[in-house]
Structures are given as C-alpha cells and as structure tokens.
Write a protein that binds this ligand. Structure first.
Ligand SMILES: C[S@@+](CC[C@H](N)C(=O)[O-])C[C@H]1O[C@@H](n2cnc3c(N)ncnc32)[C@H](O)[C@@H]1O
Length: 412
C-alpha cells in the first residue's frame, strides 16, 4: 500500500529551525480592553463570542495580530512547534488519502490558522520529497498580518503584500519548493478546487457563545464592565432570552452549562460542500470533547492558566472544540463522511510516528535524540497532549464504498 511506501521512503532530513523576531509587541497594551469598555458603555453587555473575536483578531491590537505568541518566550506551545514529526504524520495522511482517489490535479493544500507556518513547512517538505507538488498550490487562511509575514518568511523566498481590494487574497508568493502560495482572511475566499486541508488548533480560537441553565431555561452569559477594577470585566447572566440563546441553546441538553460556536459549524458546513462539489478531504486537530464539555472557556499567558477577563488582548483565549457538534454539522446533509474524533496518541501511533522517530534518531547526536524523544512523549503521552488532543477527518460521502475497502489511514 502507498502508506507503507511513504513510511519506507521518508526523507531523512531534519527541519531547519529559524527564530522568529518576537520583539514586535503591541505597544498599546490595553487598546483592546479600552475598546471593549467603550463598546459596553455605549451599547450594554456583549456576548462572549463578540469579546473573543475582539480580543483575538481586532485589527488594532488583537492578541494574534501583532506579535509572536508561540514557544518558550510566548504563551503556549503547539505540537507542530515541538518537532517536524507531527507535520510529517499529517503530510503522510494527506498524501495517502489523496493517492487513494487517484491523486487528482490540480489541487491545493489549505491550512487554516497556520501560526508560525511550521506545520505547512513540514507538509510541503514531505510532498516535495515524493514529487507531489508539481500541480499544487497553497492557500493559507490567516487573519494576522504579523503571522502571515512570519509564515511567508518561513515558507517562501519572496512574497508580496497585495493592496488591491478587488483581490480575495492579501499576500502572494512562491514556496521554497516552487508552488504558488496565497494568503486569505476567510475560507469563503479560497478558490474552489480539489483541496487537502488541515486545521490544527484553529477551531479552538473561533468565538463561542456560553449558556447557563436557569429555572427559566438556558440563558446567555454576557460580559459586562467590572465596576471595581478599571479595564477588567465580569460575567453576568442575561435575564431574558438573547438571539443566540433562542437559536443555539438546545433546551433538551442535560448539561448545566454549554458552549456553542456557530462560526465553527458554518465553517465545517462550508468544508463539507467544498469536498462534495470540488473534491477534497480534511483533518481537524484540536483539544476538545465529544459533546460532554461544559465550562471550558479559558486564557493562557506565559504557559499558565489565566483569567480570560483580565488583560484583554495580552493572553490567548480558547475553548475546547465540541467535536460531536462539528461532526453533526459536517455530515447532516450527507455530503461528507466523518471519521473520529480519535485521540492524538492513537492517530500519531497509527500513522507510524514511533517508527519515524526511530529512523530520524539514526542521524542524531545524544542531545538531539533526547529532544526528539521528549517531543514524541509530549505529543503522544496520555497525560500530556496524547489524549486531550483529538483528530477528526472529513472525506466526500461518494467515497463510502472505497473507504470500506481501504479504510481511512490512522482512524481504524
Ligand atoms: C492557536 S494558533 C495555531 C497555530 C498553528 N496551527 C499551530 O498549531 O501551531 C491559531 C492560529 O489561527 C489564526 N486565527 C485565529 N483566529 C482566526 C480567524 N478567525 N481567522 C483566521 N485565522 C485565525 C491565528 O492567527 C493563528 O495563526
């Protein structure tokens, strides 16, 4: 099978790291908190979804917009940042599923929320090694101008910012391997063609609404000004129904507290339509639950849990992804099949990560080996990222019969 060939003929090369300049911090530290305070004073308490969106991607001082937030010097570390083997396993999955349907061309590799570009870099290196980039283009969905610049410096020799408002993309270039690459702000702007998609730690950054069960039914949690502390906020429960509680809170849900991300549901529906109409497949990886999570909205600052209502714009906001809701939204019109969610531990081990680490270590000194195995354990151990992170895959429903004969790699 192709999967075995991929494993045998894997590149021996080690990813080249380069340091991102993280000095470009937001100088107006409380610009976001001031903006939110003004909005609440003018129009009243806001939803958690509005708060999250402002804090994370507000053009003036959103958390992701103007600084490097990853790694030891930032607020959190992600699996692709820990080492190249993570991206390599994702690449093998994409290559394998693509080859199963006859490697349709032309095609695009799409990544949602590429961060520093490390995952994309590893995917492109593996595709290039197997000569699979000849008819490929790359489309990145990224809101942050700072991070798009970081990604471009990592992935391209040259790239240009595009100021033409008529264009759906805002940056373009050519990757080190020679594939055309473009940056978009929304998935809706990404060209319609056969797509191999990956979204790692993207959905957890999308806005959620929070609802609390009361004796009158679910009521929305809103965010108001904390009158005791300037530029800090507090939660309140809406007395009456809000548009969101009417639309998104399911009265039959037995949980005391629920979180719903309508933006995520719209997004997976869009992916389902694309995969059905133009062909394609995708891997969604994130921390999350299967419809059982409750109050998961939180912040991280300097690798520590942090109050999401304090220091807005200077700490990461996140909520566990509800994989059962994503799965239901993606599959309810019968356009795609969903496999998973399965744990990261299962996915990576099924894809052969251990075998790959053993191959890689043959070329390494003792210190490098230690780092390699330590990142392997961080990604796969059940008490680390191995069980908290989950993988969900989406493939066109038309492949049903084929996938019974040749099951989706990593998920069986
Ligand atoms: C937690 S980081 C994950 C980065 C990378 N995937 C990784 O695993 O290292 C979230 C990424 O999504 C981007 N992002 C967050 N919200 C977004 C939105 N609404 N639209 C587009 N990109 C967004 C951020 O700028 C960042 O690149």
């Amino acid at each position: 099978m192709f999967l075995n060939r991929l494993r045998r003929e894997f590149p021996r090369s080690i990813r080249k790291y380069y340091t991102v300049n993280s000095n470009a911090v937001n100088k107006q530290q409380d610009v976001i908190a001031k903006d939110i305070q003004m909005q609440i004073k003018a129009t009243g308490p806001i939803t958690v979804a509005e708060y999250m969106k402002k804090v994370l991607i507000h053009p003036m001082g959103g958390y992701y917009m103007h600084k490097d937030v990853f790694g030891a010097g930032g607020d959190f570390v992600t699996s692709p940042e820990l080492g190249q083997v993570f991206g390599e396993m994702v690449a093998v999955w994409l290559l394998n599923e693509w080859s199963k349907v006859g490697s349709p061309k032309p095609f695009q590799i799409v990544e949602l929320g590429p961060g520093r570009g490390s995952l994309c870099q590893d995917v492109l290196r593996v595709f290039d090694h197997f000569g699979a980039l000849k008819s490929a283009s790359v489309s990145l969905v990224e809101m942050s101008p700072f991070l798009s610049d970081t990604q471009a410096r990592r992935l391209c020799l040259n790239s240009n910012a595009i100021h033409d408002q008529q264009q759906p993309f805002y940056r373009e270039g050519v990757t080190l391997q020679g594939a055309p690459i473009k940056w978009y702000r929304n998935i809706q702007d990404v060209p319609k063609m056969f797509t191999l998609l990956v979204a790692h730690e993207f959905f957890d950054a999308l806005p959620i609404h929070k609802f609390q069960k009361t004796d009158k039914g679910f009521r929305e949690i809103l965010i108001d000004i904390n009158r005791e502390k300037d530029l800090e906020f507090r939660y309140i429960i809406a007395r009456d129904e809000t548009p969101a509680s009417k639309l998104f809170a399911d009265a039959s849900d037995t949980r005391e507290h629920i979180e719903v991300s309508p933006e995520s549901l719209v997004l997976v529906k869009d992916l389902a339509s694309r995969f059905e109409e133009d062909g394609g497949m995708g891997l969604i990886a994130d921390y999350g639950h299967d419809g059982t999570g409750t109050d998961t909205f939180r912040a991280f600052k300097k690798h520590q849990l942090h109050d999401p209502l304090v220091d807005a714009g200077n700490a990461d906001l996140t909520a566990d992804v509800d994989f059962s809701a994503l799965r239901k939204a993606a599959t309810e019109e019968g356009k795609v099949l969903a496999f998973g969610p399965i744990t990261q531990n299962k996915f990576l081990l099924n894809m052969g990560i251990e075998h790959r680490v053993k191959k890689l270590e043959e070329n390494l000194d003792e210190e490098q080996k230690k780092i390699l195995w330590s990142s392997f354990h961080m990604m796969t151990d059940q008490d680390k990222m191995g069980s908290r992170f989950k993988f969900l895959s989406l493939l066109p429903a038309v492949l049903d019969e084929l996938l019974k004969k040749a099951p989706v790699a990593g998920f069986n």
